[in-house]
Design a protein around this ligand. Structure first.
Ligand SMILES: C[S@@+](CC[C@H](N)C(=O)[O-])C[C@H]1O[C@@H](n2cnc3c(N)ncnc32)[C@H](O)[C@@H]1O
Ligand code: SF4
Length: 405
């Protein structure tokens, strides 16, 4: 059993909705993702688009990211922005000036929601924590910290550059510096027992405010962990133990007021990450920076847009052609509906089957729904929403494949 991570990514205000004031947006709000592809060192489990480089040219990178942003604004002009997310890599290695320039540019290009959510992913190293005040001044109002573990041995095993004390100090500084913060932990690590994880999670919850991301360790192809795993030198929990670890995660978080609203994300009511909800609800987002993905509706057709992945090639492309886009695929109704199902069923709120029908032109198979309900993997609420149950989540991929067939 493996719970997949978010591919990259409070409900958004409805179009023309309350709070936007005069000149409310004509279309659904837009989310902006900005990718910073550099890290201090590469963690042995990580297959994100992240690279170690000496001497990044800040001014050049800032100019290029602004240029890429301008291009996306030309593709999606009539929108209002509800969230910005700086992801990585390690965006806390960015200069606060770069972050400030990008936030200001978003505000100059589009109207923004009065409660604009601006998240930045940060590593808890003390050098980066020194920049928290600069990030807050740049407009970041939500910090997402990659804590990964509160167990010293696990932090070493995961190849992290911080220890437990630094992690806790960074969480406390985040609490003092930002209106909102969240942190990530990786569980289902080799040798981890249910009792040890329960204690670690309780310790984490004592430091958490409103949001936690809890990912099961996945062994990604091409990483050092993949090689060790293939050679039998790294053993992940078997299915029964992984299931027990997942169940205790749900139990402890729910009993502390942090139920899951997505397969790996937990929040107090109203404290969900607005930005990531856009991905899971199939709404529109623009992707800026190397290897960023976007979904934009242009002339009524959904575009799946991706930028050049390699940092230096992306930089050159932006400087020579004014944007980093390398693929722009039109999604047909079937592809759009499948994506809606795949992403939406990750959410505790599930999906509205009528929207699936509207996107694909056909209804979900009632026979398959009946079988999955009998098996206890899905439930259909009184309002007709279809959602995966607690016991269905560990086999989510199979449930989605069955419904989409
Ligand atoms: C872009 S990464 C991290 C941001 C930041 N660079 C850091 O490491 O603190 C987002 C999150 O994905 C999770 N993650 C990355 N690789 C993973 C893997 N192989 N298994 C489970 N979680 C993983 C980690 O919790 C990580 O914080
Ligand atoms: S987990 Fe974070 S710090 Fe580690 S390599 Fe991946 S993006 Fe970089």
């Amino acid at each position: 059993m493996l719970l997949s991570r978010t591919p990259q990514p409070n409900s958004l205000a409805p179009a023309g909705g309350e709070g936007w004031g005069e000149g409310a947006p004509a279309q659904e709000p837009l989310a902006i993702y900005i990718h910073w592809p550099f890290c201090r060192s590469k963690c042995p489990y990580c297959d994100f688009n992240s690279h170690v480089r000496e001497g990044v040219d800040w001014a050049r990178w800032t100019r290029a990211l602004v240029t890429d942003l301008d291009h996306q604004a030309a593709l999606a002009p009539d929108r209002a922005v509800a969230s910005i997310f700086f992801g990585g890599g390690t965006p806390s290695l960015m200069m606060p000036e770069t972050v400030a320039a990008l936030v200001a540019r978003v505000k100059a290009l589009w109207p923004v929601a009065p409660d604009l959510e601006v998240t930045l992913e940060a590593n808890p190293n003390s050098a980066e924590a020194e920049r928290f005040a600069g990030f807050a001044a740049a407009g970041i109002n939500r910090l997402s910290l990659g804590i990964q573990a509160l167990d010293p041995e696990a932090l070493r095993f995961l190849g992290r550059g911080h220890d437990r004390e630094e992690a806790i100090a960074a969480i406390r500084l985040a609490r003092a510096s930002f209106a909102r913060y969240s942190f990530d932990l990786i569980y289902a690590r080799p040798g981890q027992t249910v009792a040890a994880w329960r204690d670690e999670l309780k310790r984490a919850i004592a430091e958490a405010a409103e949001h936690l991301s809890l990912y099961q360790l996945t062994i990604e192809e091409g990483t050092p962990f993949f090689g060790l795993h293939a050679a039998g030198k790294l053993k992940t929990p078997d299915e029964a133990l992984a299931r027990a670890l997942y169940d205790v995660t749900q139990e402890v978080c729910s009993s502390h007021g942090l139920p899951s609203y997505e397969i790996s994300n937990h929040a107090r009511a109203g404290a969900e990450c607005k930005h990531n909800l856009v991905y899971w609800r199939g709404e529109e987002y623009a992707g800026i920076g190397p290897g960023a993905h976007g979904r934009l509706d242009i002339d009524g057709v959904r575009h799946a847009i991706a930028t050049e992945k390699r940092p230096e090639a992306w930089l050159m492309r932006v400087e020579t052609s004014g944007h980093g886009v390398v693929t722009d695929d039109l999604l047909n109704s079937e592809e759009r509906a499948d994506e809606f199902l795949l992403m939406g069923l990750r959410l505790a709120e599930g999906i509205d089957p009528k929207r699936y029908t509207a996107l694909s032109g056909r209804a979900l198979d009632p026979g398959r729904i009946a079988i999955l309900r009998e098996e206890g993997a899905i439930a259909v609420d009184a309002d007709g929403r279809l959602r995966v149950t607690q016991s269905g989540f560990p086999v989510l991929d199979a449930v989605v494949a069955d419904l989409a067939a």
